[in-house]
Design a protein around this ligand. Structure first.
Ligand SMILES: Cc1cc2nc3c(=O)[nH]c(=O)nc-3n(C[C@H](O)[C@H](O)[C@H](O)COP(=O)(O)OP(=O)(O)OC[C@H]3O[C@@H](n4cnc5c(N)ncnc54)[C@H](O)[C@@H]3O)c2cc1C
Length: 303
């Protein structure tokens, strides 16, 4: 119930103004966001890769409604990739792109062109791009852009949301590609998505099985210990070694678990968001876990 309210709030301009104006919000947001500037995220990248993790960096922003902002977002990614190049991290520092941040709602052709520029800049560094998945109304368009990008950049990955009924079939179609499997973070109707945790978890395992049995590179994005253990066992059954798939978790969430998995020999990539347009991302993180709301309220009370 609280989660649904927070997800509704994540798309409300009124709630955005109210939350963004609260004192101390920035301090709370910093738990989930690596900072506002390119220098901040480059510093976070150095720290995380120095401790044996990989990163996928998200320049925060979504549902962009004007072409200037969409082009600026693409430029921000290109200059970030240029800043990262001298570090020589290659694919250990990739980027995650929301197509709605680069113009999907305005003109799908513009989003494709902007995404293409980001892919070209990533390739210059031996790096890759993964397309985030947004709400269910955008899935077909996102997969269309993915197909077009993959003609020139077959290394481009995409996130697939296990909670959507369609995703098991999408995973079978994409089982030769880089696919990040997530549970799904948006408020979706019962006509298109599983609604309770047990059903979503079962769907996640079915999708995971399709990806592990395919020829692509599964990216297992979850903080859920049960699903992590299942992924490890499905990988063994499919004859995959520790370099044939990876785990992914979000910046600021279960950092101890990220370190432990990496120390045990798994590949682990951290999704690192940065920038000042943190509102939608932050609200989805609060919606995932009521304890995060308590943390937010405690900080507001100055405790
Ligand atoms: C790398 C990465 C990329 C993602 N990309 C997308 C995307 O493109 N599109 C999309 O819709 N969703 C995306 N997500 C979000 C995803 O859909 C889930 O909403 C989110 O990962 C929570 O699900 P879970 O699998 O961790 O399981 P859950 O069942 O939600 O959580 C399992 C356990 O993890 C811990 N945990 C989970 N969330 C939090 C939190 N916010 N704060 C503190 N602890 C927490 C708790 O201990 C919890 O018990 C991404 C997630 C990751 C990790």
């Amino acid at each position: 119930m609280l989660g649904s309210l927070l997800l509704a709030g994540s798309r409300s301009p009124l709630a955005r103004r109210a939350v963004s104006g609260l004192p101390l919000t920035r301090k709370v947001v910093d738990r989930f966001v690596a900072g506002e500037s390119t220098a901040d995220v480059v510093a976070a990248t150095r720290r995380l890769t120095g401790s044996g993790l990989s990163v996928t960096i998200d320049h925060l922003g979504e549902e962009v409604r004007d072409p200037g902002t969409a082009v600026a977002a693409a430029k921000a990614y290109v200059s970030l990739l240029e800043e990262l190049r001298p570090l020589g991290l290659g694919a250990r520092a990739e980027v995650s792109v929301k197509l709605s941040a680069v113009g999907q709602a305005l003109d799908p052709g513009m989003a494709l062109e902007n995404a293409r520029q980001i892919c070209a800049a990533a390739r210059e560094s031996g790096s890759t791009v993964t397309l985030d998945m947004e709400d269910h109304t955008t899935v077909d368009a996102t997969l269309g852009v993915l197909r077009a990008l993959r003609e020139d950049f077959p290394e481009t990955g995409v996130a697939i949301q296990a909670y959507l009924f369609r995703s098991e079939a999408d995973c079978r179609d994409l089982a030769g590609s880089r696919v990040r499997l997530v549970k799904g973070a948006y408020a979706e109707p019962a006509s298109v998505a599983w609604q309770n945790k047990a059903e979503v978890d079962r769907a996640y395992v079915r999708c995971l099985r399709a990806l592990m049995n395919g020829t692509g590179y599964p990216m297992v994005a979850t903080h859920d210990d049960r699903l992590i253990a299942i992924a490890e066992s499905l990988a063994v059954s499919a004859g995959r070694g520790p370099d044939d798939y990876e785990f992914q978790m979000l910046y600021g969430i279960r950092a101890d678990r990220q370190a432990a998995l990496a120390a045990a020999g798994s590949r682990v990539r951290v999704y690192v968001p940065y920038g000042d347009d943190w509102y939608g991302y932050f609200m989805r993180r609060l919606a995932e876990r009521p304890a995060n709301v308590a943390f937010f309220l405690r900080a507001l009370r100055g405790k």
